[in-house]
Write a protein that binds this ligand. Structure first.
Ligand SMILES: Nc1nc2c(c(=O)[nH]1)N[C@H]1C(S)=C(S)[C@@H](COP(=O)(O)OP(=O)(O)OC[C@H]3O[C@@H](n4cnc5c(=O)[nH]c(N)nc54)[C@H](O)[C@@H]3O)O[C@H]1N2
Ligand SMILES: Nc1nc2c(c(=O)[nH]1)N[C@H]1C(S)=C(S)[C@@H](COP(=O)(O)OP(=O)(O)OC[C@H]3O[C@@H](n4cnc5c(=O)[nH]c(N)nc54)[C@H](O)[C@@H]3O)O[C@H]1N2
Ligand SMILES: [Mo]
Length: 675
């Protein structure tokens, strides 16, 4: 057996270096690369099962044409030529009859590899298709953080070994960013305290020293009440505030409304606990925050995130070795993507739609109506909110649906044509990270299974059939990667294609403390007062009003959050029997008091519903969650759920305050035993 280097392509901050064991042309094992400074030899339970995914009985190995009804899953094998000819001819006809905006690409982060992630962009720009705003995940957190700090690299997780207080704020690190955890443990061995701020006792909270069980959607109020204590008890870093922030005087007028006692009524956190965490934060030598995506998946999520991001400024943590805040590291990888994405090929004024609103887009949009959708690197039947409306759209008889996939997913079941996609182990790509500072290139370690093809190649072939002649439709992965390095970004200085081609991770040139030379806001300072927000008609100062599911208020009593499950990655890895066995049946956590009030016994099947839809789960009666709060971990494929109903039947298409993302953790529901 031979071990070949590769890189995990999945949407996860850790972007692991991998070693794939290959025997007789087949992948037989996938391990973490011990030489990768962040992976350090460990692989998650999901990716450790990769050979089962590559050779899954559900793997699509040839192009397929639908033979039965939509959703039924009857397909017949066809050739690539037939499939691509048919798509090219349908797209041409639709463009002529309705205009190219009647065609919609729908893709997200099935692969994070830069070439293939962007592999369809030039094609759809050239075609003049409706543009997709790819907002389903991080755009709220990004916008909120940028309003306070700017769009810039953030604290290197590797540096947190020097911290003495680690606050994990709305991230289930052990499940979703597991390679950060050993760095936090190293800090703990040297005396650091680990605190978790999360509505339920997730795997990470179980291991923490302190857990603040915050009511979902109330992070801004908690952060403000910590500020109230810091200011009231003289724990501020005045020198930093005076020189590096704007708006502190205006902020002060807001703080009296958020005494720990008043905030308790909003956050559900005892005043004494708020005081304790604020004092620890104010007195720590190097306080550090790992900011997760959870606080952003709320209708007022950007406000929450921007308020949390002010805390490190008030105590000067931005300048303390081992302290600071990590949101994302991706701003350090400022690659030249334009030769690949070819924005210039797009026509001016082409409309765009928000991917969160897919249900509405497929069922309500006019002028022109969407007549064809091309899905790749995503599984909207499972991951998009408001499933009932999404399914109504996917079931439309007059919608021509193309799905490029590895596996026969719920979305693929509705396709008119299915195209077999090659996986990362079967293609070349370049990977940046959003959790560490290493760039790495990977080449195929096996031949594609069956007739699978990489995304870029599929779109290039289609482009040629449509008569598109630009260079980008014939360049190779390697050529695009070389173009990507042609940038004047200081972070990428000195990185050559030859270095990357060796396949080892290469560290980008981020200063030890990315905040040392200031902030990327319009003022160059931490903006406690944000003119940008004022210009958008938003409150320019932090505000602690909670996020509520406005569609359910007064009708449904229980809050519902839907965070990731340890064994799946969004809807990926559902196909692996062993992982589903480990994950167990889909459950909803409900507090013993709420269960008792409804006569619900642990282990019973319950119906969970609101105006948007319903689904059926097993009741997990537990004080891991708080009164009034229910938790469903993870995205099971509907086929593994009662009634074929996934949990996104319960979530809303309503958009967040900034970044216009989805409020996946902002739902109101009712629960009852179903029989
Ligand atoms: N195993 C596994 N790993 C993954 C993923 C997966 O599905 N499974 N998904 C990947 C992707 S795409 C992403 S974006 C990341 C996401 O990684 P995370 O940031 O860990 O995921 P989130 O869904 O944002 O939820 C994080 C935590 O926020 C909590 N939370 C919910 N609402 C609130 C709130 O209002 N306030 C606070 N303070 N906390 C709240 C949830 O209970 C959860 O524990 O993980 C990646 N890694
Ligand atoms: N209720 C609820 N819903 C959520 C979330 C939540 O926390 N709660 N999380 C949200 C988040 S954070 C995100 S990022 C989105 C993620 O939503 P998606 O990006 O749709 O993520 P996945 O479910 O992983 O689906 C990716 C699909 O792409 C396919 N794929 C992977 N690589 C390739 C490739 O190279 N070629 C081709 N052709 N196909 C490929 C995989 O087989 C898989 O079916 O889901 C969101 N949905
Ligand atoms: Mo995500």
């Amino acid at each position: 057996m031979e071990f070949k280097r590769s890189v995990c392509p999945h949407d996860c901050p850790d972007t692991c270096g991998l070693l794939a064991g290959v025997d007789g042309g087949r992948v037989v094992s996938v391990r973490g690369d011990p030489d990768h400074p962040f992976t350090r030899g460990a692989v998650c339970v999901k990716v450790g099962h990769y050979p089962e995914r590559i050779y899954s009985p559900l793997r699509i190995t040839t192009p397929l044409r639908r033979t039965g009804k939509k959703g039924e899953g009857s397909f017949a094998r066809i050739s690539w030529d037939e499939a691509l000819e048919e798509i090219a001819s349908r797209y041409s006809h639709i463009s002529k009859a309705y205009g190219p905006e009647a065609i919609l690409p729908y893709s997200y982060a099935g692969t994070m590899g830069l070439v293939h992630f962007h592999g369809g962009h030039a094609f759809f720009h050239r075609l003049g298709a409706t543009r997709l705003k790819r907002t389903i995940c991080s755009s709220t957190v990004e916008a909120g953080f940028a309003a306070t700090v700017g769009k810039m690299p953030t604290t290197d997780i590797e540096s947190t070994v020097e911290s003495d207080l680690i606050i994990i704020w709305g991230s289930n690190t052990i499940s979703t960013n597991m390679h950060a955890w050993p760095f936090f443990l190293e800090a703990r061995r040297k005396g650091a305290i680990i605190a978790v701020i999360d509505p339920y006792t997730n795997r990470t909270a179980r291991q923490a020293d302190i857990h603040l069980k915050i009511r979902p959607g109330t992070d801004a109020a908690l952060a403000l009440s910590m500020m109230n204590v810091l200011a009231g008890e003289g724990l501020l870093d005045r020198a930093f505030i005076d020189s590096q922030t704007i708006g502190f005087e205006e902020l002060k007028s807001r703080l009296p409304g958020y005494s720990p006692a008043l905030a308790e009524g909003i956050t559900g956190i005892a005043a004494s606990s708020t005081k304790e965490i604020a004092r620890l934060y104010g007195k720590a030598r190097a306080p550090y925050i790992r900011l997760g995506w959870g606080p952003g998946r709320q209708l007022r999520g950007a406000m929450a995130v921007r308020t949390i991001a002010i805390l490190p400024a008030l105590v000067g943590a931005f300048r303390k070795r081992g302290g600071g805040i990590t949101r994302s590291t991706s701003a350090a990888f400022d690659m030249n993507l334009s030769p690949l994405t070819r924005e210039d090929l797009g026509k001016k004024g082409v409309r765009s739609v928000n991917m969160v609103e897919l249900g509405k887009v497929l069922t309500n949009l006019d002028n022109p109506q969407i007549m064809a959708m091309h899905v790749y690197h995503s599984n909207p039947a499972v991951v998009a909110p408001d499933s009932k409306m999404v399914m109504k759209g996917l079931s439309r008889e007059d919608l021509f649906l193309v799905v490029q996939e590895h596996l026969m997913t719920e979305t693929a079941l509705f396709a008119d044509l299915v195209l077999p996609g090659a996986s990362f182990l079967e293609s070349t790509d370049l990977y940046r990270s959003y959790g560490h500072y290493y760039l790495q290139m990977a080449k195929p370690v096996i031949e594609p299974v069956g007739e699978a093809r990489p995304t870029l190649r599929i779109f290039q072939d289609l482009a040629r059939r449509m008569g598109f002649k630009e260079d980008c439709f014939s360049m190779s992965e390697e050529e695009f990667i070389k173009e990507m390095l042609k940038t004047d970004s200081p972070y990428l200085e000195g990185i050559s294609y030859d270095d990357l081609e060796e396949g080892r991770p290469i560290r980008v040139r981020v200063p030890e403390n990315p905040f040392e030379s200031g902030f990327k806001t319009p003022s160059g300072k931490v903006e406690i007062y944000s003119r940008t927000m004022a210009d958008l008609g938003l409150d320019p100062l932090p505000d602690g009003s909670p996020s509520v599911d406005v569609e359910g208020i007064g009708k449904y009593p229980l809050q519902l959050i839907t965070p990731p499950r340890h064994q799946f990655l969004n809807s990926t890895f559902n196909e692996i029997d062993d992982l589903r066995d480990q994950a167990g049946r889909p459950t909803i956590m409900i507090h013993p008091g709420d269960a008792e009030a409804r006569g619900i016994k642990g282990g019973a099947e319950v119906r969970v519903w609101n105006d948007r839809g319903e689904c059926f789960l097993i009741a997990d009666v537990t004080d891991r969650t708080a009164p009034g709060v229910t938790v469903i971990e993870g995205l099971y494929w509907p086929r593994f759920m009662v009634g074929n109903l996934g949990i996104n039947s319960l979530t809303s298409q309503r958009l967040t305050d900034m970044g216009k993302s989805c409020a996946f953790h902002c739902n109101l529901v009712e629960v009852a035993e179903s029989k």
